[in-house]
Design a protein. Structure first.
Length: 626
């Protein structure tokens, strides 16, 4: 696990400065405090920071091949590297290390860009092939590891984090209006855009070629929801158990201490149960709780830990919300408003005191239909031809009933009038369309959910007529890589901790997406088949427990420790003059919340994160660590 960064200049340009390479890697030292390396020649800079997990002594980067004419830096882990290495050795390849990094390099030397489709793991890769005078960037299938890039006719910058690119004086800092609008809708910036014009995120399952000053983008893998399994439920359960067990076992390869996040919910508990089957020592598990009982899962985690005999670590936290928010803003690089980043960072800090790597349950909800929003969308879509009359009825009820019931009916009516993909997106948005419109600095523009970044997302995944599949297809291309996995990567890396997600193993993903709706959702509950399988290993409460999420007492914090920060921020001259949002509208939302007229906590958190981000990344000439 590392952070990578660098630059390649077009032919005829001045050589890149090694000092720039050192700045680009120094600013992401938290991603790899154990080691660093830098390649420099007349056209290329490739740098890395390393968190040593596999082949601690021999895994130094950059790595070289073909008489030092191919150079590689790599962030991530390849879980099938031993099998790939065995095949390469049969073909006569000789290895100097035991690292998965060298397997990628040797595979590329043999197969070229066809190597990426053979990798099972999480990765961001940069290869400078001096033989062909081209840079190749590649990202894993589902977007577990990040990779930003900025291209101009003169050069291409790349990095695991946006702050590395910002070390270059010519890196753009003009806010992308579509990215800002998407952020106000969903609380994150969807790929392939970044918050700044001229900077992009390499999409998952893609590689990029940069040659002679030009870039080309290529997809090497595509998940499919079109082909459904014909296995009976019992056979499907057996297949799922086999794949889950293999996915967890493959992620236990490590030369350093490791453990697992444990919330007591189905996904993380399943992962820990399977870890326990493969380890001779108790699994080290980690969970945190808040003093507010409604936001604490400590009892559930304790119950599972006791049942599985883990070495359990827990902490009840009363965080300094103000200073913690400043830290989070620095690590996310872009505006990011998923408030569950707070407990994710805190549990990462706790775990990092004991281990260097953890397994997590991320991805289980997307693969097995676990989100409540999937159930709500399926119900909404059952209206079919009655959608028009239902929209009118809901609108009328919303106008007649008092809040909050009236507001809820009004919102459902609004959703029913939207096109299919926007109906789903409107249900997962953090901010209503009318609220977002009131915050826009200028009137007009396209609708709140008609976003170029997400338009018809998932239409090429064969989602068909299934409402569940259409929702999952959208999440696979937006919410999973740009929210859930960003949160895990940045918060774990902020604590110099590696996070691995067994539910994102390639063959497990492909099997889960092939399951028909009734294997995933049964009645009013998701994850049906997963619950049936995991029931063999877990206590009944872990199977039946309603989904709680990794929530924080946000509404209370914004009336308590964060209220002064919000008031000072929204009344400041910088906020009023910046022009990202209408300051009067923000003040109105705060007053509504403080006077308990309506809970505006999610919108206020979005605005607070946005302005604190702007102070860190727009005001200074160069971002500096907090």
């Amino acid at each position: 696990m590392c952070g990578i960064a660098g630059m390649v200049v077009a032919p005829g340009q001045a050589p890149p400065s090694p000092e720039l390479g050192r700045r680009m890697t120094a600013v992401i030292r938290h991603r790899g405090p154990d080691d660093d390396g830098l390649h420099h020649d007349e056209r290329a800079l490739l740098g890395m920071r390393r968190l040593s997990i596999i082949d601690v002594e021999g895994g130094h980067q950059p790595l070289y091949g073909a008489e030092r004419r191919v150079c590689l830096v790599f962030n991530g882990e390849i879980y099938n590297f031993r099998e790939l290495r065995a095949g390469l050795e049969k073909d006569g390849h000789v290895f100097a290390t035991h690292s998965d990094s060298e397997v990628i390099l040797q595979l590329y030397l043999r197969d070229g860009v066809a190597a990426f489709a053979q990798l099972d793991g999480m990765f961001g890769i940069a290869l400078w092939d001096k033989r062909n005078q081209e840079l190749i960037l590649a990202r894993d299938r589902l977007g577990e590891k990040p990779l930003y890039y900025a291209h101009s006719p003169q050069r291409l910058l790349f990095g695991s984090e946006l702050k590395s690119l910002l070390q270059s004086p010519d890196c753009p800092r003009d806010v992308d209006s579509d990215a800002l609008r998407a952020y106000l809708a969903f609380g994150y910036v969807p790929s392939p855009n970044a918050i700044f014009n001229g900077i992009g995120k390499l999409p998952p399952a893609h590689y990029l070629r940069y040659r002679d000053g030009q870039t080309s983008l290529h997809r090497y893998w595509r998940p499919s929801l079109a082909s459904k399994t014909t296995l009976g439920e019992a056979e499907a359960g057996e297949k799922l158990e086999e794949l889950l067990d293999r996915a967890v076992a493959s992620r236990l390869v490590s030369d350093v201490p490791f453990g697992a996040f444990l919330s007591g919910g189905l996904d993380s508990s399943t992962v820990v149960a399977l870890m326990a089957r493969h380890l001779s020592q108790p699994v080290k598990t980690f969970t945190i709780g808040f003093k507010e009982a409604a936001y604490s899962e400590l009892d559930d985690a304790r119950r599972v830990a006791s049942h599985l005999g883990t070495e359990h670590h827990e902490l009840v936290v009363e965080p300094d919300a103000v200073s913690l928010l400043q830290k989070l803003v620095w690590h996310f690089d872009e505006p990011f408003a998923d408030s569950s980043a707070v407990p994710t960072f805190l549990v990462s800090e706790l775990a990092s005191k004991h281990v260097k790597m953890v397994l997590t349950g991320d991805g289980g909800d997307e693969m097995f239909g676990g989100y409540d929003r999937y159930l709500k969308f399926m119900k909404l879509e059952r209206l079919g031809a009655l959608r028009g009359p239902a929209a009118m009825a809901m609108g009328l009820a919303g106008a007649l009933l008092p809040n909050p019931r009236g507001d809820r009916f009004q919102r459902i009516g609004e959703r029913l009038r939207l096109p299919p993909s926007e109906r789903y997106l409107s249900g997962v948005a953090l901010m209503r369309a009318d609220t977002a419109r009131s915050l826009r600095p200028q009137a007009g523009g396209s609708d709140h959910f008609d976003l170029p970044l997400l338009h018809e997302a998932g239409s090429d995944l064969g989602a068909g007529d299934s409402a569940l599949d259409r929702a999952v297809a959208i999440d696979l291309q937006s919410y999973l890589p740009d929210d859930i996995l960003v949160k895990l990567d940045r918060m774990a890396m902020a604590a110099s901790l590696e996070g691995r997600s067994p539910f994102l193993q390639t063959d497990l993903v492909e099997f889960a997406l092939s399951l028909p709706d009734h294997y995933r959702v049964r009645g009013d509950r998701g994850k049906h088949l997963l619950r049936e399988v995991a029931g063999k290993w877990l206590p009944p409460r872990a199977i039946s427990k309603p989904k709680q999420g990794f929530a924080i007492p946000l509404a209370e914090w914004l009336r308590g420790p964060l209220s002064t920060l919000a008031a000072d921020t929204f009344s400041s001259r910088a906020f009023r003059e910046r022009g990202l949002v209408q300051p009067q509208a923000a003040q109105s939302l705060l007053e509504d919340h403080l006077h308990r007229n309506i809970d505006r906590s999610e919108a206020l958190w979005q605005l607070l994160c946005l302005e604190l981000w702007a102070q860190r990344f727009l005001d200074p000439a160069t971002a500096q660590e907090h």
